[in-house]
Design a protein around this ligand. Structure first.
Ligand SMILES: Cc1cc2nc3c(=O)[nH]c(=O)nc-3n(C[C@H](O)[C@H](O)[C@H](O)COP(=O)(O)O)c2cc1C
Length: 181
């Protein structure tokens, strides 16, 4: 049994749902799991000594990560580097197989360029487009991005590109990494 910390950002709730799925599976594997939004980790701080393994999950919005994400990794990169750790990102471009690879996902490559923290294990997941729950501006922007990249543009549609079986397999992978730590 290991103590695992999951730090995440989620604007529209999809990454939060992925994190809950991972949390449930890790708990089924017998691990202790603490889940913390990155805003809480920044404001309240993290008791690093409590954890054997750290997993971070961050979605991409408008081509980048939320500023809190970079503030968190900047402030904590030494602590993160000292622990076994992993990071996943969530993007809609990852609905195409090549862009779901670490090498083919430019947002992952951007993260690796900008972040002082080098995650030891990386994963790219496809996220969700929930047109009915986007405001007017977001809806128009996402429709434009989708038009350019041959994706769905119907504003009445909610499309979940996430492979939830893969999320569960990933949770097992993380559990095993934590066990080796
Ligand atoms: C306003 C907005 C901007 C987005 N920008 C991008 C983007 O630039 N590139 C991309 O691949 N996905 C983009 N996405 C897709 C998100 O990464 C995807 O919807 C993800 O599931 C959002 O996670 P969240 O619900 O946890 O915030 C965007 C989504 C929204 C709502």
């Amino acid at each position: 049994m290991k103590n695992i910390l999951i730090v995440y950002y989620s604007r529209k709730g999809h990454t939060a749902r992925m994190v809950r799925t991972i949390e449930d599976h890790l708990k089924e594997m017998g691990h202790n799991v603490t889940v913390m939004p990155v805003s809480e980790a920044l404001l309240e701080g993290v008791d690093w000594d409590k954890y054997d393994f750290v997993l971070c999950g961050f979605p991409v919005l408008y081509g980048t990560y939320h500023p809190n994400v970079y503030e968190f990794v900047r402030n904590n990169c030494t602590r993160l580097d000292r622990k076994p750790n992993a990071m996943f990102n969530v993007t809609v471009v990852a609905r195409s197989p090549f862009k779901a690879t670490v090498e083919g996902n430019r947002y992952m490559q951007n993260f690796l360029t900008r972040s002082p923290w080098r995650p030891k294990d990386l994963k790219c997941f496809a996220g969700k487009i929930d047109y009915p729950n986007l405001n007017f501006f977001d809806k128009k922007c996402i429709q434009l991005i989708m038009k350019i990249t041959n994706g769905p543009t119907d504003p009445t549609m909610c499309i979940d590109f996430t492979d939830w079986d893969d999320v569960k397999r990933y949770a097992e992978h993380i559990g095993k990494l934590a066990e080796q730590s």
